[in-house]
Write a protein that binds this ligand. Sequence first.
Ligand code: FAQ
Length: 329
Amino acid sequence: MYAQLVETGLKQVRTAADMSAEEQAFQARIDAGVKIEAKDWMPDAYRKTLVRQISQHAHSEIVGQLPEGNWVTRAPTLKRKSILLAKIQDEAGHGLYLYGAAETLGVSRDELLEALHAGKAKYSSIFNYPTLSWADMGAIGWLVDGSAIINQIPLCRCSYGPYARAMVRVCKEESFHARQGYDIMLKLAQGTPEQKAMAQDALDRWWWPSLMMFGPSDAESVNSAQSSKWRIKLFSNDELRQRMVDQTVPQAEFLGLTIPDPDLRWNEERGQYDFGDIDWTEFQDVLKGNGPCNRERLRTRVTAWEDGAWFREALVAHADKQAAKQTAA
Ligand code: FAQ
């Protein structure tokens, strides 16, 4: 069923010769920078690609609440606790905007959640790692939300109107998230030697998984070519990953922390940092469900869904009652 909703696997980029007249006109609108709206005609593969990406993105926001949720009761001060709670609530909101954007493409939220709970739909690899110390709240805000912003700013200009518009607000909120994360890291880095060591340990554990968030290398990315042609993707996975490294290295230097990459060095000629090889075996393992927390994350989401059944039923019963009252009036 999920396979009918989304488009997966290697895509041949469609050329003018493969396209009907309708599809050529659609591509011409995209090339001219026109936004595609929900009621516009669109090729089935474009619709399915968007359902795949937007729903994966929505699931990431929802599952992404769990690693930080682990620290709400142990935040070091009331102020830190309120900030963390607000951030986690924002992530829930992002999930809802994104499910809303996916629904404009003709799928239901229930179908998408069913695929997540059955382990068929992906969500970002990053949320399958554990949060072992308070410093991880800093590292997530700084590196994970930092990477999310780099990936999502271009999405504000993507070809599908409802997705692009949802991204505008998401990005504004993500920038608060990144600032709060960096602020936690700064406090720890300027604290006692033990606190600075905690910050370094968090950077050591989150650095490489954060680089993996951008997806496989361009040579391995199955979706990039067609998604770029449709202007769903405006920059490649490797371009955005490079942007993240270039932006983050000076921030780590300011904190007095060391990026755990012996091959990291400034390349004068390219005007960018060179960095070491990513462990793609680890990435693939996490995608297959074998990361450190995959099973726990899914179990937690399924339990939350099942425990909330009575509340959803009550809402439906209330809505039915209201509708019956209006009909009678
Ligand atoms: N994790 O051909 P490509 C956040 C999959 S939000 C898992 O390059 P594509 C906020 C990919 O789906 C984070 N799977 O694919 C926050 C595809 O498999 P499929 C989420 C991954 O779509 C912060 C296959 O590998 N952001 O962090 C990953 O062109 C803190 C081949 O890859 C988004 O979703 C991965 N990292 O490019 C929340 C942004 N990478 O579907 C809470 C929107 C790749 O064919 C707390 N998404 N895969 O079976 C995108 O920009 C793209 O979908 C990419 C992947 C760049 C993720």
